[in-house]
Write a protein that binds this ligand. Sequence first.
Ligand SMILES: [Fe+2]
Ligand SMILES: [Fe+2]
Length: 292
Amino acid sequence: MILSGEVENLNITVLAEDSVLYESPYLAQHGVSFLLEAVSEGETKRILVDVGQNSQALLHNMSLMDVSASSIDTIVLTHCHYDHTQGVVKMLEQIDRNDVRIVAHSDIFRPHFITEPELRYVGIQPEDSREKIEAAGGHILLGKEPFQLMAGMSTTGEVSRQTDFEEVGIALKTRKDGVVEDDNMLDDISVIAKIKGKGIVVVTGCSHAGIVNIMLQAKEMTGCDRIDGVIGGFHLVEAPEKRILRTVAEIAKLNPSRIIAGHCTGFRAQVELYLAFREKFVPLRTGMRLSF
Ligand SMILES: [Fe+2]
Ligand SMILES: [Fe+2]
């Protein structure tokens, strides 16, 4: 067990997602951003998990939701993809302080390309470079190990790949010492919270490490078997049906009380999740407010 302490309560606001709540005025974008507000040991933290890719839409939604940037103390970047990290410097400019923690995996700034259907750079953009983040007031905290965000809340750190059916499934490359190599998204991290008297909540960006691997790691890190919520993208959008069905079956064994999945989860996986979990499953939407 790695995670110490418990969070008294956790409120999650979905600031950005690929779709919006029915009849809502929010703007969608391909990407996610979540605001986590948590209290533990008399301390309140406001943690942003990812910043989507369109800061105009994100800031528009925040203003409609009455969410002020100025009290955000930490930004967790779940992985390097532009639809989770683009505009982090613009967000820091809105926060306008010089003590904002930027938490991510140590490999997040590596060169990162997708090769199909064509070669394209999909990693951290030049306008969000390490230097520009620091100049905008960000304190970059990189590591492969879990990072404790507060008592009862932590990143997963690098996720051990335990299952034999989950894979990145995208043609991704990086460049190391001048040599092009396959990129297995080892920088993919999630946030986990242990809620006092309740279970675990898992917040993921794209789950490139595999959603079942992530849930297994959350259980191991907390020593807790009860999963109250799993929120985010499961990246099954291009997965073969066999993997989707196996994933749903393995999630069912872990028996989460609520699954709120969208972004890169994909329509077919959402359908299977709904058929398996019925009212326990809800598609992720911009504007949702969740309480644990
Ligand atoms: Fe994504
Ligand atoms: Fe991604």
